[in-house]
Design a protein around this ligand. Sequence first.
Ligand code: DGL
Length: 259
Amino acid sequence: MNKQPIGIFDSGVGGTSIWKEIHMLLPNEDTIYLADSFNAPYGPKGKDAIINLSIKNTEYLINKGCKLIVVACNTATTNAIDYLRNTYNIPFIGIEPAIKPAALQTKNNTIGILATKGTLSSALFSKTSDMFASNKNVIEQIGEGIVQLIEGGKLQSKEMKTLLKAYLKPMIDANIDYLVLGCTHYPYLIPLLVELLPSHVKIIDSGEAVARQTKAILKKNNLLNIVSVDSNNHFYTNGDPKIMQSLLNSEFNVEYLDF
Ligand code: DGL
């Protein structure tokens, strides 16, 4: 079982930001990445639809023999991970907005959170926010349209800059000193965000923490691949492979798959 791949899925190409962290920390591990770009964005969908799409992705990865699944999507984690954990007999790693470290470190008592509607309206997000940031000024912003632009290959576009400027304005006006990226597509925006934010604002996401947690859970379950060989990494999308390829090094090949 320990030579089996790690399965990773997202509503689209954004979870490759998480795959990169996992591959850096666990270079021996084989991986299978599923981008459900055909059904992106998940953010505006209801909880039941997000659970059903997460079941579809999970069952594909389990049928491929994955030993553990990383839900590399905040929206799918906050809406579906309890269901997945209660239904399938393998470990799941999820990703949630890094509200705790931001709340602990803010000096201005004011933090910004950019995430999808599905994440910000979830019970899990409310619980985490109440637990760690109830005494902070939390400026929440739905990143409506951002995922669609990235999935459409418009990461560096005028439209993206206009959207981000509008979304950041209330946060800048409120004098945030931390911006939490609560969607796995958003780390690809960091160069643009750095350009648009005042220089004292720190940007945080959960990618590194997810990779560390993946390693810890593999170790705990005796699932680490300890055989030192080059890993196999497969990337599948039911959207346009070119868009995903543009986010990955050319040594990794993206294939179209109807799943
Ligand atoms: N990458 C997903 C997330 O982390 C994007 C969700 C969407 O498709 O709206 O939330």
